[in-house]
Design a protein around this ligand. Structure first.
Ligand SMILES: Cc1cc2nc3c(=O)[nH]c(=O)nc-3n(C[C@H](O)[C@H](O)[C@H](O)COP(=O)(O)OP(=O)(O)OC[C@H]3O[C@@H](n4cnc5c(N)ncnc54)[C@H](O)[C@@H]3O)c2cc1C
Length: 634
């Protein structure tokens, strides 16, 4: 899995007329006729828009060279003004050198679409390589920013484009954005009949598009360009094409904890009819039922799949969870402090931040004094400050996510079977509880029992939290959640919460005094508070796999042979899983739900393909095949 290099933000110079220039490429950000006129004439008209998206449920546009987002804004405005617009517009913007937020705001200050421009500026992500999924217009406009080197981004992006905008800087100054390999990579992600448009008629562009399977035509003049270019994807029959994904009508989600709630919410937002089943009468009665839990990023010495997927998930959670807090779910998204290990000085923390080029919008290193000032509580260690972190009540969140989704409680599923092309769910007496074309297993560790052939090494780790409702006067009240070994959380309603123990394999459901004592001892080490015994507590079980990553995606087929590559593992038709959220369900959940829905519905994935592979439910099949003494083919 090739890692992204650190991002180099765009160097933007504004000329005397306020027009943004890119001195590193000797080019302007847009033509003299203006960014919006160019977007409308070259990219929208060149791709037959808005006409082509009319009457469609989904339409996907992918742009190479997102720049300052002017084409996106013009497209969004055209969609907004079109009474026959598609239900959801997916817009994927690949950008190797994204603008700093301040530059973006300045460049878009004169946009003819001020409300849309402000909305984009308001959610512009920290400049981190990777994918950033942004929603507008109630989630009907879905912008996926793919920040990073274009060649790598096009290998990693998972989508099926209906229209392509080719808007790199001039081919003679930025040839990498127009290389034959890049155009081939775009073609592999184009739907049959997809169109492409650009203002460049340079020969390498025309030839590159032709050899990638496009029919190329010269388009009308636009501004000072005497010609423009339009193309239609019409590949030879011999070119390998991945079959399209047909979105399912109805989806059944088993499990109403955070995993099931995010899966159901995202599937419903993607246009599916969803029903949720659980053995309890109400959602979030098991692991997801605590009064509060933390969400935040991490910094790891090894910036591998775990660190990068958790960062992607934390950034997504930081975008999404405040909206739910704003709608009444208890919580606060005002940052989180994570104390470093004893003896780790601020220079060591900063060195790690610098090594991975992590921006301050994601994480900062604080000395003990600065950390104490943030927390409003004296701490003695250096700390990581996560501005996008916070806490939220998982049970209330799950209930809100499921508020408009049909829910059937009291359904304890003992077995599933694929009968006549549909998934049937049975109870312990063999009674059929439900049937569905598409089933999502979101029932934590029990998913491994229902699909034993998948070979998930799912374990359960008991955890106990301690809760004070009657809080002594000497108790600290941190302004933001304070974490380290254990955590302290002000629930905002007078209560304080701390946790949590981690006891793999322990099945005791009763809250234990010894575990409360353990939590109290860690609390004292964290912030010096010698807490009295708590007046409440709760026990739950985290479902986790040994690599501590979620399990998200299509389940391997029952009798599928192991294969040495994930894309060669045969999948069970219509069977998906979202689970193994371990001790980070609040952070993983939103991105995991979005990824699952995109896999079920065939919309752009919110995560790089190689990172999604790290979550693939078939990864143990591949590991087994690779370790087999006589390696299997495939
Ligand atoms: C003590 C403790 C503290 C934690 N603190 C944090 C924290 O601070 N931050 C954080 O991000 N995460 C935290 N976590 C982890 C987080 O709670 C989990 O990652 C998350 O709740 C998992 O959600 P889930 O939906 O996968 O599982 P669950 O919430 O357990 O949901 C699974 C659902 O499936 C149902 N189900 C299972 N089997 C069947 C079946 N056969 N038939 C019908 N229904 C079935 C269950 O009834 C349940 O409702 C903590 C966990 C614990 C235990």
């Amino acid at each position: 899995m090739a890692a992204h290099g650190p991002l180099t933000p765009a160097r933007i110079v504004f000329d005397a007329n306020g027009r943004p220039q890119a001195p590193d490429f000797g080019d302007a950000y847009h033509a003299r006729i203006g960014a919006t006129a160019q977007a409308q004439a070259v990219f929208l008209a060149g791709n037959g828009l808005p006409h082509r998206w009319r009457g469609r449920a989904e339409f996907t546009i992918a742009e190479n060279g997102f720049g300052l987002g002017q084409n996106f804004l013009a497209t969004w405005a055209a969609w907004h003004d079109d009474p026959q617009r598609c239900t959801r517009l997916h817009y994927v913007g690949v950008e190797g050198h994204p603008a700093r937020g301040a530059d973006l705001a300045r460049a878009l200050a004169t946009s003819p679409f001020p409300a849309l421009a402000q909305a984009l500026v308001a959610v512009w992500p920290p400049l981190l390589a990777g994918w950033h999924a942004l929603d507008f217009d109630g989630g009907r406009i879905r912008l996926l920013l793919a920040f990073g080197d274009a060649a790598r981004a096009w290998r990693e992006v998972h989508l099926r484009a209906d229209a392509l905008y080719l808007d790199g800087f001039a081919p003679d100054r930025n040839p990498a954005m127009w290389s034959p390999e890049l155009l081939q990579a775009m073609a592999r992600r184009a739907a049959p009949g997809a169109t492409a448009a650009t203002w460049s008629v340079a020969r390498p562009v025309r030839e590159g598009l032709r050899s990638a399977g496009f029919r190329v035509e010269i388009g009308p003049p636009v501004g000072d360009k005497r010609e423009t270019l339009r193309a239609v994807f019409d590949p030879p029959a011999t070119m390998h094409r991945a079959p399209p994904v047909t979105p399912p009508g109805e989806v059944l989600v088993l499990g109403a904890g955070l995993a099931g709630a995010w899966a159901a919410h995202e599937l419903a937002a993607a246009g599916c009819r969803v029903r949720v089943l659980d053995r309890h009468a109400a959602p979030a009665q098991e692991a997801s039922g605590n009064a509060g839990g933390l969400f935040h990023g991490v910094v790891m010495a090894d910036d591998g799949a775990h660190a990068r997927t958790l960062r992607a998930a934390a950034l997504h959670a930081a975008r999404v969870l405040p909206g739910w807090i704003g709608r009444g779910v208890p919580g606060a998204a005002e940052g989180l402090l994570r104390l470093a290990g004893a003896g780790e000085d601020v220079a060591a923390l900063q060195a790690l931040i610098d090594r991975h080029a992590l921006p301050g919008g994601y994480v900062q290193a604080l000395d003990a004094a600065a950390a104490s000032a943030r927390a409003g509580v004296a701490v003695t260690q250096t700390a990581w400050w996560y501005p996008g972190g916070g806490w939220i009540a998982p049970g209330a969140l799950a209930a809100r996510l499921l508020a408009n989704i049909p829910f059937d409680g009291g359904m304890a599923v003992a077995r599933i079977d694929h009968i006549d092309g549909r998934w049937a769910l049975f109870d312990t007496d063999g009674r059929r509880l439900a049937t569905a074309d598409t089933l999502v297993l979101a029932n934590a560790a029990d998913a491994a029992h229902l699909a034993p052939w998948a070979g998930w090494p799912m374990g359960r780790s008991r955890g106990q939290v301690s809760l004070w409702r009657r809080v002594p006067a000497d108790a600290p009240r941190p302004r933001v959640p304070l974490a380290g070994r254990g955590y302290l959380l002000d629930l905002g309603d007078g209560g304080l919460l701390t946790g949590a123990t981690a006891q793999p394999g322990d099945t005791d459901a009763a809250a234990r005094v010894t575990d409360h004592d353990f939590n109290r001892a860690r609390l004292e080490a964290l912030c010096g508070w010698r807490a009295p015994p708590p007046d409440g507590g709760r026990v739950g079980w985290r479902a986790q796999v040994p690599d501590r990553l979620p399990v998200v995606g299509a389940v391997p087929a029952m009798n599928a042979p192991d294969a040495t590559r994930l894309d060669r593992v045969v999948r069970a038709p219509g069977l998906f899983v979202l689970g193994a959220l371990g001790s980070r369900g609040l952070t993983w959940g939103p991105l995991a739900g979005r990824l699952l829905a995109s896999q079920v519905c065939g919309t752009p994935w919110p995560l790089e393909a190689s990172l999604a592979q790290a979550w693939d439910p078939a990864r143990w099949r591949v590991r087994a095949a690779r370790q087999a003494p006589n390696r299997l083919g495939g």
